[in-house]
Design a protein around this ligand. Structure first.
Ligand SMILES: Nc1nc2c(ncn2[C@@H]2O[C@H](COP(=O)(O)OP(=O)(O)OP(=O)(O)O)[C@@H](O)[C@H]2O)c(=O)[nH]1
Ligand SMILES: [Mg+2]
Length: 327
């Protein structure tokens, strides 16, 4: 028996054949199934369409909307800021990460140990900064999701192995960052090309405990010292860890202030974390959204001319200021 398919059906079939994604295919197939003439001559074809649909739906369930690789690189920021560790295989990223955060991440003497980014919290004085351990950068191969992780971060820590030609490692890293349209350094450039982002970063020369690393450190400083801060560290011996934390904090462009109630002492363990350049108004806003509207003035201890000085809402606060809000 002839199938006698209609032009509408053939059109839907052409759409199905041209469909590139699974949802597109399902849509076209649905149309085909709805408009196919239902008689003995199309029985076999209808059964085929049905089983095709079942297969497509199964496939759709298996695949998340965003690829899995991209999802694993989507790390939610926690604490005062998010800083990403970056380096070639075996430079010691995971060892630094676990020792700075006390969060687990596998350390091993073979390359490509870390396979997905892992977040952990690093305590610095009275705040927590999130560090993210990452899989190693590879030449000419960028994991999907990696560029976004870096673009969304507040800062980047480049980890180099001082015993393994650190200048070459740095060149590889800069080239890969370039490919991702990310420029890194000490100071934001005056001009950024369309589509590019800038991230504050500095260099950690790791494994400084090893004997043969002075040469590597010298070469690194000789080549990059003008634009970069190079800090020798050892994850193994936890060498220079206080400096690492201080420098990370310093580059984040944030500040801490403390609020107090009249007649009481401030709680110095509970800082309000704000962007550098923030004003009294933003301090009030971060305490309670109604406070900003009701605010009349503030008294300030720290950056004022004298203790308890009265300031207005547009006064720019400084690191460590103690602030009394008056409504
Ligand atoms: N001597 C010395 N060895 C270190 C230090 N940090 C890491 N290592 C060793 O270097 C090797 C690699 O360390 P990992 O922390 O796994 O390096 P990674 O950069 O995370 O490696 P991938 O995840 O493969 O990219 C291990 O054998 C570590 O024990 C250090 O400060 N000093
Ligand atoms: Mg690792």
């Amino acid at each position: 028996m002839p199938a006698n398919l209609t032009p509408q059906y053939l059109e839907a079939e052409a759409k199905f054949k041209g469909a590139k994604s699974v949802p597109e295919k399902i849509k076209a197939l649905e149309v085909m199934m709805a408009i196919i003439p239902k008689h003995k001559g199309t029985e076999k074809l209808r059964a085929q369409l049905k089983s095709r649909m079942a297969k497509l739906k199964e496939e759709l369930q298996k695949r998340p909307a965003v690829s899995r690789a991209e999802q694993t690189y989507n790390i939610k920021r926690e604490g005062a800021a998010q800083v990403v560790l970056l380096g070639v295989p075996n430079s010691g990223k995971s060892n630094l990460f676990t020792r700075l955060t006390h969060a687990p991440s596998e350390v091993a003497d073979y390359p490509f140990t870390t396979q997905k980014p892992i977040p952990g919290m690093m305590r610095f004085e009275n705040i927590q900064i999130q560090l993210v351990d990452t899989p190693p950068l590879q030449m000419d191969r960028i994991e999907p999701g990696f560029p976004n992780l870096l673009r969304n971060a507040n800062g980047v820590l480049i980890v180099l192995d001082l015993a393994e030609d650190p200048v070459f490692q740095m060149e590889v890293i800069l080239e890969e960052l370039n490919r991702m349209k990310i420029t890194v350094g000490n100071e934001e450039p005056d001009h950024l090309e369309e589509g590019w982002v800038f991230k504050k970063a500095f260099l950690l020369g790791n494994k400084a405990d090893l004997r043969n690393t002075t040469e590597g450190l010298r070469a690194l400083e000789g080549r990059f010292k003008n634009e970069w801060m190079v800090l020798p560290v050892s994850a193994k011996e936890e060498m220079n860890f206080e400096e690492v934390k201080k420098e990370v904090y310093r580059r984040l462009d944030i500040l801490r202030v403390y609020t107090k109630i009249p007649g009481k002492e401030p709680d110095l363990s509970e800082p309000v974390i704000l962007k550098r350049g923030s004003t009294i108004e933003e301090v009030a806003l971060s305490v309670h959204k109604d406070f900003a509207a009701k605010l009349r003035y503030a008294r300030i201890w720290g950056s004022g001319k004298f203790d308890g000085q009265m300031v207005k809402r547009d006064y720019r606060v400084s690191e460590g200021d103690v602030i009394e809000l008056h409504l």
